[in-house]
Ligand binder design. Structure first.
Ligand code: ADP
Length: 346
């Protein structure tokens, strides 16, 4: 049965060094969450608190209706119905693929165990390799087996700590989508830790962006990208730049690219920095606004152009790559935004 996760006002410290504070979030049964943030912000520590490897100094953690962590009490990991996959979660080298997956099923009959192993290997597409040994598999195949092994006992919650980070970028994104599909098929609640935003976006229904031991924003990937609540989230998630603006007293802000609708009302005369994403700025030969190309990077389907506005401010624009312009050239641009997000000017 898929578990819900409720983390409420949790704090943690290693010795006298505080690492997590006032941390709260919740996952519904079957929901796939992700903790995203720079290295050292406390993601793994929080995951280890949920797993039961670390105690909490304050607050509570509950899995469905069962409180599993308080400062006075800790249900051990093996009694939490969790499965785990880590970056360096080595498979047992002396066991075959099937032997590895069967490992956590010792309480079942031999027939039930081999049926479950077959089912899990089918799920992760590794049936054909069931008699191979770990050293005969690629990194991606090994992670699939690790996932099958963790899923075999039907855990109520799957915890994944940077499970794809030893893989190359293409495989990382593909495997994160595959693993997401597998978790959805089995209806398993999951929590992933990563510092890689693309992986988080590909994998999660909901993402908590962490900074210095706290969650800055807990939201769906789309909302994090388009409506970041803090400047840190705006910077950490996705690409973009800030241009200067002045509030008009209503839901608009004046910038050198025109008057733009804002997500929030800004007092008249207030100076703000307006977030513009590369997909907000559209290249259009017929547009009145012109900008000079200062740099470009080829991304296959698109170029990312860095553009200089008349004031000297820089913006980014993602342009289909058949529009191959030279550095130094002036190109037409226009804004295509529903609304922009603004932060107090720095
Ligand atoms: P992240 O997963 O976001 O990279 P961690 O949770 O691993 O962050 O670490 C958060 C902070 O706690 C870091 O400053 C790290 O050095 C420290 N830390 C992690 N594990 C331990 C430990 N076992 N003992 C002492 N400090 C630790």
């Amino acid at each position: 049965m898929a578990l819900s996760v409720t983390v409420r006002d949790v704090a943690h410290a290693y010795g006298s060094t505080p690492v997590l504070h006032d941390l709260s979030f919740a996952l519904a049964p079957g929901e796939i969450g992700c903790l995203l943030g720079p290295s050292g912000c406390g993601k793994s520590t929080l995951l280890r608190c949920v797993a039961g490897f670390e105690p909490v100094r304050a607050g509570t953690i509950a899995l469905s209706d069962t409180v599993v962590s308080t400062p006075a009490m800790l249900v051990p990991p093996e009694r939490r119905s969790i499965g785990m996959v880590f970056q360096d979660f080595a498979l047992f080298p002396h066991l075959t693929v099937a032997g590895n997956v069967a490992f956590g099923l010792s309480s079942q009959t031999a027939a039930a165990r081999s049926a479950r192993v077959r089912e899990m290997l089918d799920l992760v597409g590794m049936q054909a390799q069931s008699t191979r040994y770990p050293h005969e598999l690629s990194g991606g195949q090994q992670q699939r087996v690790a996932l099958a092994r963790a899923l075999a006992p039907a855990p109520g919650l799957m915890l994944l700590d940077e499970p794809f980070s030893s893989l190359d970028v293409d495989l990382r994104e593909r495997l994160s989508l595959e693993v997401r599909a597998i978790l959805q098929t089995t209806g398993t609640t999951a929590l992933l830790v990563t510092h890689d935003q693309r992986e988080a976006f590909a994998f999660a229904d909901v993402i908590g962006v962490m900074r210095e031991g706290a969650i800055e924003q807990w939201a769906a990937p789309y909302d994090l990208y388009h409506e970041p609540h803090t400047r840190f989230v705006a910077d950490f998630v996705g690409e973009g730049v800030f241009v200067r603006g002045v509030g008009s007293g209503r839901d608009t802000v004046e910038t050198e690219l025109g008057v733009l609708p804002t997500a929030q009302s800004i007092d008249a005369g207030t100076r703000v920095d307006v977030l513009l994403r590369p997909d907000d700025i559209v290249h259009d030969d017929h547009a009145g606004q012109r900008a000079r190309i200062v740099s470009k990077s080829f991304r296959g389907a698109e170029f990312m152009y860095a553009l200089c506005l008349p004031s000297g401010a820089r913006v980014l624009s993602l342009v289909p790559s058949h529009h191959d312009h030279a550095i130094g050239e002036m190109i037409g641009i226009r804004l295509e935004v529903e609304h922009v997000v603004a932060f107090p000017a720095t």
